[in-house]
Design a protein around this ligand. Structure first.
Ligand code: PLP
Length: 418
C-alpha cells in the first residue's frame, strides 16, 4: 500500500446535459421492485435484514443520523447478492416456461413438476465470491447445476463457500472483466445460461433482473426508516464495483422521489475506480480500469461499468469517491467496535468502505470541501448498506484484530493525529 494515498473525489457536476435528459428509471419503480420483493418473500427464511441506527457515531461525526442496512443477515449468506441471482434466475425460468413470475413463488418453482418441465439447466457466472455463492445457492435449491469462475487472486475461503453449495468452481489467472468474457464464450459453446451481475451491449435482460432483485434491500430500508420516523434519508452512500447494486438503489430512490431524491455518494476501490474516472472525464462516456485490480475490496474489483447502471448513476449521483484500501479497513474497525450504546455490525471489506469514507469525510480536513459540497451536517440522515459480513473470515480478523491496512493518509492516527 502506498501510505500517503488519499480519498479522491469528484462532484458530478460536469454532466448537466445528462442530468437534464436523465436515464429512464421506470424499471426500478415501486411496482417492479414490489414484484421482486414478493418473489423473495416466498423463499423460506425471508425476512427484512435489520436497519441499524448508530446515534453515537452520528454525534461523533456531526450528522443527524447514521443508518446501516445490514445485508450480512440476508438468507444466512453473509451478503446481499442472493437478492439478485435468485430473482434473475426465477424470471429467466418463468419466461422459459411461459409463465408470469407471480405464478412461480419459491414453492412452485422448486416443485417436481417444474423440475420435470425444465429438465437440467446449468447456470454459469464469474464472481469475486458473493454473487457466485448466490448463483450456486439458487441452483442447489432448484436442483440444477452451477459453474462458477473466480478471478486471479480470489480468496480460497470464498471459493470453498461456493463449492459447499455444490457448484463447480475454478479460479482463473485473469481479472474479473476478462473472466466475464471467457465465461460468456464457454457458456455459448456448452449451452449454459450466463447469470452475470453486469450488463454489456446485447446482454441486459438477466442483469436488469439482478438489479431489480437488489431493489428489495432499498425498499425495505425505506420502510424501516419510515417506521423510525424518517420520511427519507438526505444522503445515501453506496459502494460500486460494476455499479449494479448502486444503480438499482439509485434507480429506485430516483423513481420514488424524483427531484427530491436523496444525494447519492458512490464509493469505489481506488484500484478499480471506473465510475470516478468516468465522472472526472465528464463527457458522459464510461472509462475502464484494466490490469490486476488488486484491492482489499474484492467485491468492488471490477474495472468496467454495467451499461444499465452507468447511465442511471451518471445522471443522478452527487459525488464519486475513489477510496484507498485503508478506508475499507477503517470502516470495518469502526463498525466492529461501536461507540458505547451503538450496535455492533460485522462488516467485510466491500461492505465497510462507505462507513470508512464517511468517517474520513467527517474527520479529515482535506475532505472538508466534500463535506461542504454535500451539505453534510447536523440535519443529515445518512443511509448506508453493509453489503457483506466477514465473507473472508481470516482477512476480517487480520484487519480488525491485527490492524492490517492502518489509516495512514499522510498523518498517522497512532501518533496522536486525532
Ligand atoms: C459485498 C459486495 N458489495 C458490493 C458489491 C458491488 O456490487 P456491484 O458490482 O453491483 O457494484 C459487491 C459485488 O460483488 C459485493 O460483493
Amino acid at each position: 500500500m502506498e501510505h500517503d494515498e488519499k480519498v479522491l473525489w469528484v462532484l458530478n457536476e460536469g454532466t448537466k446535459y445528462f442530468r437534464d435528459h436523465a436515464a429512464d428509471v421506470s424499471n426500478f419503480n415501486e411496482t417492479e421492485i414490489a414484484r421482486a420483493r414478493k418473489f423473495h418473500s416466498s423463499i423460506p427464511g425471508y425476512e427484512p435484514t435489520p436497519l441499524r441506527s448508530l446515534p453515537r457515531l452520528a454525534a461523533e461525526f456531526g450528522v443527524g443520523g447514521i443508518y446501516v442496512k445490514d445485508e450480512s443477515y440476508r438468507f444466512g449468506l453473509n451478503a446481499f447478492k442472493v437478492l439478485g441471482a435468485s430473482y434473475a434466475i426465477a424470471r429467466y425460468l418463468a419466461e422459459k416456461l411461459g409463465m408470469d413470475i407471480s405464478e412461480l413463488p419459491y414453492s412452485v418453482l422448486t416443485g417436481d413438476e417444474i423440475r420435470e418441465r425444465l429438465g437440467s439447466v446449468t447456470f454459469a457466472t464469474t464472481t469475486d465470491g458473493n454473487h457466485g455463492r448466490a448463483v450456486a445457492w439458487t441452483a442447489r435449491l432448484l436442483r440444477q447445476s452451477a459453474v462458477v469462475y473466480m478471478p486471479k487472486g480470489s480468496s480460497k475461503l470464498r471459493r470453498d463457500a461456493i463449492s459447499a453449495e455444490g457448484a463447480r468452481v475454478a479460479i482463473r489467472d485473469v481479472n474479473y472483466d476478462e473472466s466475464v468474457r471467457m465465461t460468456a464464450i464457454e457458456a455459448a459453446e456448452k449451452g449454459w445460461v450466463v447469470v452475470q451481475d453486469t450488463a454489456w451491449p446485447g446482454y441486459e435482460d438477466i442483469p436488469l433482473r439482478i438489479m431489480q432483485g437488489y431493489g428489495t434491500a432499498a425498499v425495505e430500508a425505506l420502510e424501516q426508516l419510515r417506521t423510525g420516523g424518517h420520511e427519507r434519508p438526505t444522503h445515501v452512500f453506496l459502494q460500486a464495483g460494476v455499479g449494479s447494486f448502486a444503480g438499482a438503489v439509485q434507480g429506485f430512490y430516483r423513481a420514488a422521489f424524483g427531484e427530491g431524491c436523496p444525494k447519492i455518494v458512490i464509493a469505489e476501490a481506488n484500484k478499480a475506480d471506473c465510475y470516478y474516472r468516468s465522472a472526472l472525464a465528464g463527457d458522459g462516456k464510461p472509462r475502464a480500469v484494466t490490469g490486476d485490480l488488486d484491492t482489499l475490496m474484492a467485491g468492488l474489483a471490477c474495472g468496467e461499468p454495467n451499461t444499465i447502471a452507468f447511465d442511471i448513476l451518471r445522471d443522478n449521483v452527487s459525488a464519486f469517491a475513489s477510496c484507498p484500501d485503508y478506508a475499507a479497513a477503517r470502516g470495518m474497525r469502526i463498525l466492529g467496535n461501536p461507540l458505547d450504546g451503538d450496535p455492533y455490525i460485522r462488516s467485510g471489506e466491500s461492505g465497510a468502505v462507505t462507513a470508512g469514507l464517511l468517517s474520513l469525510i467527517a474527520q479529515r480536513d482535506y475532505l472538508s470541501g466534500m463535506r461542504d459540497a454535500l451539505k453534510l451536517g447536523k440535519d443529515s440522515v445518512i443511509l448506508m448498506f453493509n453489503t457483506e459480513g466477514d465473507t473472508d473470515p481470516k482477512r476480517y480478523r487480520s484487519v480488525v484484530w491485527d490492524g492490517e491496512f492502518p489509516t495512514y493518509d499522510g498523518k498517522d492516527v497512532r501518533e496522536g493525529f486525532l
